[in-house]
Design a protein around this ligand. Structure first.
Ligand SMILES: Nc1ncnc2c1ncn2[C@@H]1O[C@H](COP(=O)(O)OP(=O)(O)O)[C@@H](O)[C@H]1O
Ligand SMILES: [Mg+2]
Length: 302
């Protein structure tokens, strides 16, 4: 099983959009009995709303089939007693029949608060709360798990990172994007990676890549070039590589339409050249993702 999370300090950079579309693309290409799971850790439940719509998200929350309920049970009962599959739902609709969702829940910040309380008391058992559930998910036949954490680096994002084999960093290349990427590297990286090591994991998660998203102007291309340069010339992640994807994603209206229609980008009909271009760009991005993360090309980089 492979676990991937898209992370950034900033919201609105495309974490959820990329998570859901990448997971769906992978799900539509795996074979045999393989299944792909998206775990929605965001209180705004963006991934769940994207895939299923608001109404269904609310119903699932009422029914208790959510990531929050699963984590809460894990805190109360311990992971041995749990059957994570009980909380998982099919994506259905226009989504791959192999795509599943552990839905988001507006109450999930309660988990974050408990983790903070535990951390304040000197404990860091909370950081493996999600990771300890992975063997069961693997037994249930999930070969890929995508975790969609909230923006900013609270306990939930750390849990996601602690569970992940790979993290991918979407950046909107503007001045804020540059600053937030530096924050990501200087603060979060070091601290979180240390916590992860303390939790008994010998190797930290690898960076599956930096992907530029929502580019709107020439100026933003230039900023992307300079961030890419910074990433490739400085050893920002110690001895581990940070690949920068050659494919860049620009700002296209079809992304917003896909969200409104609860469909993967790949299932949207192209009505304009722009739409077509958006889909082609996404495919190039997906190929980069596939090489670096699915085929582990990152591991062969210095
Ligand atoms: N390449 C893109 N072009 C246009 N809109 C995009 C693109 N990527 C994401 N969006 C839109 O930007 C908004 C924020 O994206 P989202 O994936 O929710 O970000 P995050 O999860 O990082 O907060 C959504 O409305 C989404 O449809
Ligand atoms: Mg999101």
């Amino acid at each position: 099983m492979k676990v991937v999370t898209f992370l950034s300090v900033k919201g609105g950079v495309g974490k959820t959009t990329l998570t859901v579309n990448t997971a769906n693309e992978l799900a539509s290409r795996v074979g045999g009995e393989e299944k792909v799971l998206v775990i929605d850790l965001d209180a705004q439940a963006g991934a769940t709303v994207y895939v299923l719509g608001h109404k269904q998200q609310e119903n699932l929350e009422k029914r208790g089939s959510t990531a929050y309920e699963l984590l809460r049970s894990a805190l109360r009962a311990g992971e041995e007693a749990l059957d994570p599959e009980r909380f998982v739902v099919e994506a259905g609709g226009e989504w791959s029949s192999r795509l599943y969702l552990l839905p988001g829940d507006s109450r999930i910040m309660a988990i974050e608060r408990e983790a903070i309380a535990e951390a304040a008391a000197g404990g860091f058992g909370w950081i493996v709360l999600l990771r300890q559930l992975l063997p069961k998910l693997s037994e249930s036949g999930f070969s890929y798990v995508f975790i969609d954490p909230p923006a900013a680096f609270g306990a939930l994002a750390r849990m996601a990172l602690a569970a992940a084999d790979y993290f991918v960093v979407p950046i909107v290349p503007d001045d804020l994007g540059r600053v937030s990427f530096r924050m990501f590297v200087s603060d979060f990286f070091r601290e979180a990676v240390l916590q992860i090591k303390q939790s008994g994991r010998s190797e930290p998660p690898l960076c599956g890549g930096v992907v530029f998203n929502k580019i709107k102007s020439k100026t933003q291309e230039v900023i992307a070039n300079s961030i890419a340069e910074e990433v490739s010339t400085r050893k920002l992640y110690g001895r581990y590589a940070i690949p920068v994807y050659k494919s860049r994603l620009h700002d296209y209206i079809i992304y917003v339409k896909a969200l409104e229609e609860h469909k993967p980008l790949s299932r949207m009909r192209s009505r304009t050249d722009q739409d077509e271009q958006a889909k082609e760009e996404f495919e190039s991005y997906y190929n980069d993702f596939y090489d670096y993360v699915v085929r582990d090309k990152v591991k062969s980089l210095g």
